[in-house]
Design a protein around this ligand. Sequence first.
Ligand code: AP5
Length: 214
Amino acid sequence: MDAIILLGAPGAGKGTAAERLVKRLGVRHVSSGDLLRSAVKQGTPAGQEAEGYMKQGKLVPDELIGRIISDLLIGGGPDLHVLLDGFPRTVPQAAMLERLVLAQGGQIRATVLLEVAENVVVARLAGRRVCSACATGFHVTTLPPKVTDVCDACGAALVQRADDNPATVRNRLAVFAQDTAPLIEWYGSRKLLVRVNGLGGADEVTDRIVQALP
Ligand code: AP5
């Protein structure tokens, strides 16, 4: 198994780049946010536990998301190449991932930090629309669908995410600064951090990521 980690503030463009990197790199996209939103939608016990945290823009407990991610990664074998989007998000999650990868005889190939100024991520989240069926992401001005509010990929309706309201976005940005930003130092000290400018078109940013990967 090998893993590439996408790190960045809410709205930095992790999910948008991941959709493109899956095709370019032949990796499996594992989005912790999508996994949790799907669990909430299905009303599973994990989803019921996660929902309240997500609505407030707080992180769900490490143990809860750790269990979901390990269920996906354990037993994947040497042919599993994953692109982790939104996990890890705390130092305990990073330590758990490191143990898990080592136990599988795998490696973390790189952690890509997408760097985008806060005013840009706020504007991106305000205009984000996501497909209610397949979760493909759009933006009302920077990445509009061909038909307003209709998904280009599957034709289902586009919706605004429940946690994209201004108050929750403020909380998510504060949580990133407090709990997730320490991972920059964590991966930097392991010589696994690659910084990528997240400004510019989605394809341009994706090209930069591909070029920056070891
Ligand atoms: P999650 O879904 O992971 O949200 P997030 O990290 O806040 O990131 P986003 O999905 O908001 O942003 P993104 O960087 O993917 O941006 P996107 O590409 O969509 O997590 C949600 C919640 O789940 C958390 O708050 C927490 O409660 C819980 N959770 C998840 N993982 C957890 C964990 N590990 N531990 C604990 N709790 C966890 O882009 C945003 C917008 O910008 C889009 O409209 C897009 O079209 C546009 N855009 C993107 N790139 C560009 C570009 N280059 N140019 C122009 N527009 C662009």
